[in-house]
Design a protein around this ligand. Structure first.
Ligand code: ADP
Ligand code: MG
Length: 254
């Protein structure tokens, strides 16, 4: 499932940046280096004249298909690291090479385009849009990909079936339990078949049965080829995670 969209639409990028070309590398040259490479990444926030160094001098490489846990105490920079990897935020300094492309200083529009094509997010608080239906929420990432309506409908139906939420398509998020909302969020994260899925404490607000379902879904995604970065305190992930990165005070310590 994961490669279908890529085959069909690969190389037809509508903007200057595309990691979706066959082979992945710039100009069609196959790129077999790390999918994510961060070098000397720093992120400093300025709030009411107070500087916070959320990340300092972070180096990190993630290979295609890896399942990496990001650990560390509250405030250590885990969410900031995911936001930078996910192109939600630009680093203050340092270099980010995504799939062979330097994306450290992309213009916001190019960053948004790359994000929509390559990255799916799952948040602790689900972040569904309350006045859109389940199906409309899942369809959102596709609106940026320029797919025909029929193709979008088909892909939304597939994604909802995958998380066993087909019969809820027309409901509003507020009519669903937390576990169901998170399943919809998983569908939204994968509907565009992104190469990378970033999950920030995705089971943090779920009961143990709901959490189990979400863990199974992410395991399945990983098995179908997705590269996953996961922030979690939940020990149930242990058997799934291949490697753990430990953050402390904005620095990788292990
Ligand atoms: P974690 O996810 O590990 O709890 P975060 O990445 O959320 O840590 O935050 C790291 C540090 O950066 C914290 O001190 C936090 O207060 C600060 N921070 C995060 N985002 C912002 C922001 N938008 N503005 C100001 N400070 C921020
Ligand atoms: Mg956080």
């Amino acid at each position: 499932m994961f490669k279908r969209l890529r085959r069909k639409f690969g190389g037809g990028g509508v903007d200057e940046f595309s990691t979706a070309r066959p082979g992945g590398g710039p100009g069609g040259i196959p790129f077999d280096g790390p999918l994510i490479r961060l070098e000397g990444i720093a992120k400093t926030f300025m709030l009411d004249d107070v500087q916070t160094h959320a990340l300092r001098d972070v180096d990190l490489e993630v290979e295609r298909g890896e399942f990496v846990a990001v650990n560390g105490p509250s405030g250590s920079g885990k969410t900031t690291l995911l936001s930078i990897c996910g192109l939600l935020e630009a680093p203050s300094s340092g270099t980010y090479v995504l799939n062979g492309h330097d994306v450290s200083s992309l213009k916001p529009s190019a960053r948004a385009a790359a994000r929509n094509r390559e990255i799916g997010f799952i948040f602790q608080s689900f972040n569904l849009i309350g006045d859109l239906t389940v199906a409309e929420n899942v369809e959102l990432p596709l609106t940026y990909l320029g797919l025909p309506v029929a193709e979008r409908r088909e892909r939304v139906a597939e994604a909802l079936a995958r998380v066993d939420m087909s019969e809820r398509a027309k409901q509003m998020p507020s009519q669903l339990s937390g576990g169901q909302q998170q399943r919809v969020a998983v569908a939204r994260a994968v509907v565009g078949e992104p190469e990378i899925v970033l999950a920030d404490e995705p089971t943090g607000n779920l009961n143990s049965h709901q959490a189990e379902t979400v863990i199974e879904l992410l395991r399945g995604l990983h098995e179908s080829g997705a590269t996953i970065l996961l922030v979690t305190h939940d020990p149930r992930w242990q058997s799934t995670v291949q490697r753990a990165v430990e953050l402390f005070d904005g620095t990788i310590v292990g």
